[in-house]
Design a protein around this ligand. Structure first.
Ligand code: ATR
Length: 303
């Protein structure tokens, strides 16, 4: 018997349009998914289910809303249901660590997990930084580059650690709350002995940008629905040899990317980071790497 599983209204829509996201569940189907709260707007099922289909893998990816107080039970439940793997999103990326057996190097350094693999032991990984770095390295190697990161939250943390691991020569953390930037900076110096500096968003940032190679926005400025919010940097502060990356994917061209385009800099939309962090998770669970275009098309069809 063929069972058609419509993971969400949107995937149903996807099936009608493309006739390829018809998922068949059997006794052998391997389980993956996402835990977070909320999860309604996640785009990950589109990418992963399209990837499984393309690679001919009998896997399924389903998002689960998990309240904070149920996190331990969710991990134990996933293990007892023999899940292959999970993605982890807000607000569980840090708290989940205490329910895992072991962390890989990135997750250990970053102090947060966005991917879990269930095997003999439950292992945590972090692919957020890897996704951003891979998106940038499509255009230019990060090695020996000066990178300026706007924001000092979880995404900034993942990207700054990964940038140093990939050979960045200098990292500037520019944040509205200076103390938070300083705390992250101290952490990066203590753990990786890196050349890192914390700055505020005013003139200090402007000065650092003059010889910056790569600028990455990790703040929510410009994110839907606030698409016309005032950017933290304007085109006159940027230059054409720069690469500017925003981790926001809605809209695809944010206020920061518009300023970068005006300055003649190369721009990278947050959609690339989303795709590459997903591909890294997919590899951890399956050992296979789907073509980037498969993830990209699945997202674009939906968007
Ligand atoms: P995430 O964990 O997803 O990176 P976060 O922890 O909420 O998100 O971090 C968001 C970052 O964007 C923070 O560094 C925040 O600055 P503060 O540390 O001063 O709070 C920054 N941010 C958010 N809104 C901002 C705004 N309107 N202007 C400047 N910075 C902002």
């Amino acid at each position: 018997m063929v069972i058609q599983v419509f993971v969400s209204d949107n995937i149903y829509y996807h099936c009608l349009l493309n006739q390829y996201t018809i998922l068949m569940i059997t006794g052998q189907t391997k389980l993956t998914g996402l835990i977070g709260d909320p999860v309604e707007h996640t785009l990950s099922p589109y990418m992963h289910n399209a990837g499984f289909k393309y690679c001919n893998l009998d896997y399924i990816y389903v998002p689960f809303q998990v309240k904070k107080e149920n996190l331990k039970k969710a991990i134990e439940g996933a293990q007892s249901f023999s899940f292959e793997g999970l993605n982890v999103t807000i607000p569980h990326k840090i708290d989940v660590i205490k329910y895992l057996d072991v962390l890989n190097n990135n997750a250990e350094l970053i102090g947060a997990v966005n991917t879990i693999k269930f095997a003999n032991e439950i292992k945590g990984y972090n692919t957020d930084g890897l996704g951003a770095v891979r998106a940038i390295e499509e255009l230019k190697s990060i090695k020996n580059k000066k990178i300026i990161i706007l924001g000092a939250g979880g995404a900034s943390r993942a990207i700054s650690f990964q940038s140093i691991l990939n050979g960045a020569s200098k990292i500037i953390i520019a944040n509205r709350t200076y103390d938070k930037a300083l705390k992250l900076t101290e952490n990066l110096i203590n753990k990786l002995d890196a050349d890192v500096k914390a700055v505020t968003l005013g003139n200090e940032l402007k000065n650092e940008l003059t010889d910056g190679d790569i600028l990455i926005n990790t703040t929510p400025i410009g994110m839907y629905p606030n698409i016309n919010q005032k950017p933290l940097v304007t085109s006159s502060m940027l230059h054409e040899d720069m690469i500017v990356n925003d981790i926001i994917y809605n809209p695809m061209e944010t206020v920061h990317l518009k300023e970068a385009r005006k300055a003649g800099a190369k721009t990278i939309s947050g959609i690339k980071m989303l795709i590459y962090q997903g591909i890294e998770s997919f590899k951890i669970w399956t050992g296979m790497e789907p073509p980037v275009e498969v993830f990209e098309k699945a997202l674009m069809d939906y968007i």
